[in-house]
Design a protein around this ligand. Structure first.
Ligand SMILES: [Zn+2]
Length: 158
């Protein structure tokens, strides 16, 4: 999948843009622009439709580019919606094992409230977790285990 990076150089800093205009200008979807607004892109709240100052838009896109280069630190999970590493809300994450040694750390993004995932090697959890509270989900493990159902046989043996 090719990732498109909106080019902040297209933005005229002395103009202001509606969400639709900004999306057209940068070749992204309106929802992408709305997500930026939710994630901290400033708008002029008093106007309707919402206007984004070109100056703010350019600065936001520029800042985002450099932020994207940052890798996840311990205790952080990358949010695909915000396109940035985030500390999960409440510093809480759930570890869902997909195999004996691998799994996903799952948390909630504090900015967009979406689910955020980070692949994690169970053995490396102590390095990855930072100071997150991690709960271990048992549900996934049962699914991946190949034990035959033993409910009935247990009863007969008793
Ligand atoms: Zn997010």
């Amino acid at each position: 999948m090719r990732k498109r990076r909106p080019n902040y150089r297209l933005v005229k800093i002395h103009r202001s843009y509606t969400v639709g205009e900004a999306a057209r200008l940068l070749g992204t979807h309106k929802n992408t622009v709305r997500a930026w607004v939710k994630a901290g892109l400033p708008t002029c709240d008093s106007t309707r439709p919402t206007l984004i100052l070109g100056r703010d838009l350019a600065a936001y896109l520029q800042a985002r580019r450099t932020k994207n280069k940052r890798r996840c630190q311990p205790g952080e999970i990358y949010c695909v919606r915000c396109r940035a590493p985030k500390r999960p809300a409440g510093d809480m994450a759930e570890y869902q094992a997909t195999s004996a040694s691998l799994g996903n750390l799952i948390g909630i993004c504090p900015n967009c409230e979406g689910m955020i995932y980070r692949r994690a090697n169970r053995a490396k959890l102590p390095e990855i977790r930072g100071n997150l509270d991690i709960t271990f989900s048992e549900a996934e493990r049962h699914v991946s285990e190949s034990d035959p159902p033993s409910v009935n046989s247990d009863f007969r043996q008793g």
